[in-house]
Design a protein around this ligand. Structure first.
Ligand code: KG4
Ligand code: ZN
Length: 353
């Protein structure tokens, strides 16, 4: 068994956690920057990097204190080195390297997407039984939307089966919420309004052509444009009409995600689906996926909210597994804005390669 101190600064959460390779969460600290970015309607990279630089030390100290461990007690430091905002990643990476160098501790880089896919193994309050490998993983966040075959925790065991060709699902939620004047981040706000809306009363015909195709690629930019046109022509609805519009938009996205993930499970012959990433918090997605999977005898695993949205516990867990296998990176570890996982879906509508 190995214990890792995890550090996460890839986007707008400054986070640190101590987790073992068996998934035991000894501490989990998340400092959110949402209030700083909200006035701009989205994450401002420069502000994100600066605030990580201010907050990281106290966040790491608190994670160690909560775990009642010192740096000498952990087997190494796990840090997100990709994908993410370059400046934001650099803050965490340079901090982790500084600590590793000064205290002669091992360091391992972690791919944020791998960590999201493995977050289902974190043993914390609200977590249900962990799935067996292999499983089909739907990763839906603000920056990524893709479906994977996860045969194990190694990069070589994780294969992308399909992904969005344009916007991520969370990005679509955030942009549409902005159009509707709801605020940032938009996902939870749209989700709440949609719960009392009726899609059939929204008076809008939303596109789904690309998503009806018999492959695992997705697209959300047409949906976003259709919403923008509707709002441009008719203005932002008020009262229950706003709830109906949110419900129609959410149902469109959720149907695509559910249809493609079930298709992947059936194509692969793997009756286990895991959902991860911030959009996994969506009530409509949870309910629809459970219902569609139950009809086909497919098991669905959705981690508790704290494991879905950005956190360092998932980074520490993925890093602890690397440390346990005896893997080490050195101080030349560099940040990268893209994932190291192989992509099969090209962004921008190009051919599959
Ligand atoms: O995984 P995450 O915390 O950060 C990234 O790695 O991107 O995901 C954040 C995204 C945002 O786009 C946010 O609007 C979305 O997750 N989100 C939701 C919900 N809660 C968060 N989207 C839909 N419904 C929700 N309840
Ligand atoms: Zn994330």
């Amino acid at each position: 068994m190995a214990i890792a101190l995890g550090i996460e600064t890839s986007c707008d959460e400054t986070a640190a956690a101590v987790v073992s390779s068996s998934g035991e969460v000894l501490s989990d600290v998340v400092h959110s920057q949402i209030a700083l970015h909200a006035p701009f309607g989205g994450v401002v990279p420069e502000i994100a990097a600066r605030d990580h630089a201010l907050s990281l030390r106290p966040v790491v100290e608190r994670a160690l204190r909560d775990a009642k461990l010192g740096l000498q007690d952990v087997d190494g430091i796990a840090v997100t080195n990709r994908p993410g905002l370059a400046g934001a990643l650099l803050v965490g990476l340079v901090f982790a390297k500084g600590v590793a160098w000064a205290r002669s501790r091992p360091i391992v880089g972690v791919d944020h997407l791998v960590a999201h896919l493995l977050a289902v193994f974190l043993r914390r309050e609200g977590a249900s039984a962990a799935p067996l490998y292999p499983f089909v993983g739907l990763l839906v966040s603000g920056g990524h939307t893709a479906i994977y075959r996860v045969g194990g925790p190694l990069h070589s065991q994780i294969q992308e089966l399909g992904a969005t060709r344009d916007d991520a699902a969370g990005e679509a939620f955030d942009k549409v919420a902005k159009m509707l004047g709801l605020g940032y981040p938009g996902g939870p706000l749209v989700d709440r309004l949609a719960q009392t809306g009726d899609p059939s009363q929204a008076g809008i015909d939303l596109p789904s052509a690309m998503n009806e195709r018999a492959n695992l690629e997705m697209s959300f930019s047409g949906l976003k444009s259709a919403m923008a046109r509707h709002v441009e022509q008719r203005g932002v609805p008020t009262g229950s009409a706003l709830n109906h519009l949110c419900a129609a938009f959410q149902l469109n996205i959720v149907s695509t995600l559910v249809k493609k993930t079930i298709r992947a499970s059936e194509d692969e012959g793997i009756p286990r689906i895991v959902i991860g990433g911030g959009v996994a918090a969506n009530a409509g997605l949870r309910a629809h996926m459970r219902e569609a999977a139950a009809k086909r005898g497919i098991e669905v695993y959705i981690p508790p909210l704290a494991s879905c949205t950005d956190n360092a516990a998932m980074i520490a867990y993925a890093g602890a597994l690397r440390l346990e296998r005896g893997e080490r990176d050195d101080l030349s570890l560099a940040p990268a804005t893209k994932t190291a996982l192989l992509r099969v879906t090209r962004k921008g509508g190009g051919k599959r390669s």
